[in-house]
Design a protein around this ligand. Structure first.
Ligand code: ZN
Length: 160
């Protein structure tokens, strides 16, 4: 079936920046799963997925405005070190998760003190042109619980 709203899509991908450096890949692990049409993935990737079928492979280059946004100045904030999630010891340049009133956010650690850290709330991939090499593994209709939750369940999706 073709990828359209309320499909669950399983796909493998590798992500490169504009210098051709690979930043992430799902190869070697399980494919990712997402619910199409629910903003589970960045807009540029979701648009490129529409109408594809299982077995399709393609590349798409996504500008910042359809990716993780432009890099903005003035996004530095001081937060308590204990609010950083994802590692035990923090060093500058590491990416942490921080809970906000809009949900979890990835932030880049700029400075770390004993109790407070300075973090950059720009998404770590903000301002970057990103190229995704995608292989669509499977496409199926979403179940009603997935549509109600707004995300895919099962392998590569939410496990709960
Ligand atoms: Zn769920």
């Amino acid at each position: 079936m073709e990828i359209a709203k309320d499909c669950v899509v399983q796909f493998h991908y590798s992500l490169k920046n504009s210098n051709g450096v690979e930043l992430e890949t799902s190869h070697g692990g399980s494919p990712m799963a997402y619910l199409h049409g629910h903003n589970n993935v960045i807009p540029g990737l979701e648009e490129a997925m529409a109408g594809r079928n299982a077995g399709d492979t393609f590349s798409v280059t996504v500008p910042p405005e359809k990716g993780y946004g432009e890099f903005r100045e003035g996004m530095l904030q001081r937060v308590p070190v204990k609010h950083l999630q994802g590692a035990k010891r923090w060093r500058p340049g590491m990416v942490a998760q921080v809970s906000t009133d809009k949900g979890p956010r990835a932030v880049r650690v700029v400075k770390v003190g004993r109790f407070m850290a300075e973090v950059d709330f720009n998404h770590p991939l903000a301002g970057q042109e990103l190229t995704f090499d995608v292989e669509v593994v499977a496409v199926r209709a979403a179940r009603s619980d997935e549509i109600a939750h707004g995300h895919a369940h099962g392998e590569g999706g939410h496990q709960h």
